[in-house]
Design a protein around this ligand. Structure first.
Ligand code: Q46
Ligand code: ZN
Ligand code: ZN
Length: 315
């Protein structure tokens, strides 16, 4: 198959766009489309400061690469979760993020959860759930807390993450299966800053298939962590991705259409505003000052307090 733009052999055939491109033209297409999505969805402008959550994985490093090529003001944030039992997942992923920052002379902020809270994520999970469930719940709460806090404290205008279309569609699928109207209302490639203390959150890669961001990373020679977090195994979103990929293979474009139709339906008012969080429900957490709807302390502070109490009783 030939590249649509020149006579060279195509490197990638994007069936959903009926577009085959060679390596050079694909890289150009990928960067131009990232810029187009940033502008079309009013994510950020050249004068704004961006904090990018970097996991050491392919999508966040690819996004860092594209944003620096487009000359945006972007710093990285790596949250060290301390997931090193049986694997050295956190150590290895942090090294990838640090190496990328060093090669390109970029600023990387590192937050260490053990230094901040006295326990790693797996340790805190076993203290709060007595090993009954995976650490993903406390992990998600902790990552969201630090991303928002560091972005606000650092005076950034926007927080970016490397989520791609496959990630977004898998979450959408799960939310639809369970008819989670509150989550459906909040699921969006852009969540506006709100005056109560939530930073604007954006996902510039949300229209790219995982295969496209993976091809970009490969062609650019970006060194990323290939190993998955050991707790990702058996996650529902992985199963949803498999199912959606089966459907996509029979109907190219199905995933993109599903997600864009969802955004359109939302714009047309399919999900009632009343099912979401109202700004008036938010107030600062009495311990950390982050916005919350909980009566006194936010979920982050309550969960970590339980972990600390659990630790004291076992010491
Ligand atoms: S939530 Fe769960 Fe992930 Fe945290 S514990 Fe690992 S798999 S890293 S996106
Ligand atoms: Zn070409
Ligand atoms: Zn709090």
């Amino acid at each position: 198959m030939k590249c649509r733009k020149c006579t060279q052999k195509a490197t990638i055939n994007m069936r959903q766009h009926k577009l085959a491109l060679c390596s050079g033209h694909f890289l150009e297409w990928f960067v131009q489309h990232t810029q187009r999505f940033i502008q079309k969805y009013h994510m950020f402008g050249p004068d704004e400061r961006i904090l990018l959550a970097v996991s050491g994985g392919k999508d966040s490093l690819a996004l860092w690469d594209v944003l620096r090529c487009l000359e945006y003001q972007v710093d990285g944030l790596y949250i060290d979760l301390g997931i090193n039992d049986n694997t050295s997942y956190s150590l290895s992923s942090m090294q990838k993020a640090k190496d990328f920052a060093q090669i390109h002379d970029l600023k990387l902020i590192v937050v260490n959860v053990i230094e901040e809270e006295g326990a790693s994520i797996p340790e805190a999970a076993s203290l709060t759930t007595r090993g009954r469930s995976k650490p993903c719940s406390i992990c998600g709460i902790t990552k969201r807390h630090f991303m928002n806090r560091i972005a606000i404290e650092g005076g950034y205008d926007v927080l970016a993450t490397g989520h791609n279309l496959d990630d977004e569609v898998a979450v959408l699928f799960g939310n639809v299966i369970n008819w989670q109207s509150g989550y459906l209302l909040r699921q969006s490639p852009i969540l506006e800053h709100n005056p109560e203390g939530f930073i604007r959150k954006v996902k510039p890669f949300f229209r790219f298939y995982e295969r496209e961001s993976a091809t970009y990373t490969y062609l650019r020679g970006i060194d990323y962590i290939q190993q998955e977090c050991p707790y990702a195994e058996g996650a529902k979103t992985i199963y949803y991705k498999e199912v959606l990929n089966q459907m996509e293979s029979k109907r190219p474009g199905l995933k993109l259409n599903f997600y864009l139709s969802f955004l359109r339906a939302k714009e047309e008012g399919l999900f009632s505003q009343e099912s979401g969080i109202q700004i008036s429900d938010l107030h600062p957490c009495e311990t950390c000052g982050q916005p919350t709807t909980a009566p006194q302390q936010c979920t982050y502070c309550r969960t970590w307090e339980r972990a600390r109490l659990g630790k004291e009783s076992t010491d």
